[in-house]
Design a protein around this ligand. Structure first.
Ligand code: IMP
Ligand code: MG
Length: 186
């Protein structure tokens, strides 16, 4: 890990906290009194989903939780273009309202795959929620039902997002630059 990779903070910890509160206000009417299963996409969603469920609890929303590991990035920042289920979730979702949580919506392939995979298990409805959205990078048509922040086409880390496995623990979102230039994207 090289601390020189972190350039500057794009979204502060306090901004994330405030946005989670307003997102939860936005989603609570739809989620309340439903048989709700929240499915986090690993590994990037772990911090976002942990903060979301605690805020949902304060709003009297009590979901079941599970996690789905999808892989399209094999280290570095370039997407392989295909998304595979590396580890499936085990909670039964037939007839349930499912809310999928991910860190970032980029090409759209990961959430499109998650959506189809979960619908295939006979969920009643599948909604999606992402902390970050890079709309300029979309390769397949997919929009999230809830999103925290729209960001420009820059590679970011922190709050669950990694560069080659590092920086997930940062409590904020930061831009990275490599000593030999910016990380390549697809
Ligand atoms: P998509 O399938 O292209 O939408 O990519 C979604 C996944 O790509 C996310 O779950 C992240 O793991 C990864 N990703 C996309 N953009 C970034 C970024 O700027 N930083 C770190 N990971 C990213
Ligand atoms: Mg990810």
């Amino acid at each position: 890990m090289n601390p020189h990779h972190i350039r500057d903070i794009l979204i502060e910890e306090g901004q994330i906290k405030d946005r989670i509160e307003s997102l939860v206000q936005e989603m609570t009417p739809e989620l309340k009194d439903r048989d709700l299963v929240m499915i986090g996409i690993l590994r990037g969603s772990f911090m976002f989903i942990a903060d979301l469920v605690r805020e949902l609890f304060r709003n009297h929303v009590h979901p079941r939780l599970d996690f789905l590991t999808l892989e399209s990035y094999y280290g570095g920042t370039a997407s392989s273009g295909t998304v595979n289920v590396a580890k499936d979730f085990s909670t039964r979702v037939d007839g349930c309202h499912v809310l999928v949580i991910d860190d970032i919506l980029d090409s759209g392939r990961t959430l499109a795959k998650a959506h189809d995979h979960i619908m295939g298990k006979k969920a009643d409805t599948v909604r999606t929620c992402v902390l970050l959205d890079k709309p300029s990078r979309r390769a397949v048509p997919f929009e999230a039902n809830y999103r925290g922040f729209e960001i420009p086409d820059e590679f970011v880390v922190g709050y669950g997002l990694d560069y080659d496995g590092y920086y997930r623990e940062l409590p904020y979102i930061a831009k990275v630059s490599m000593l030999d230039g910016c990380p390549d994207q697809e």
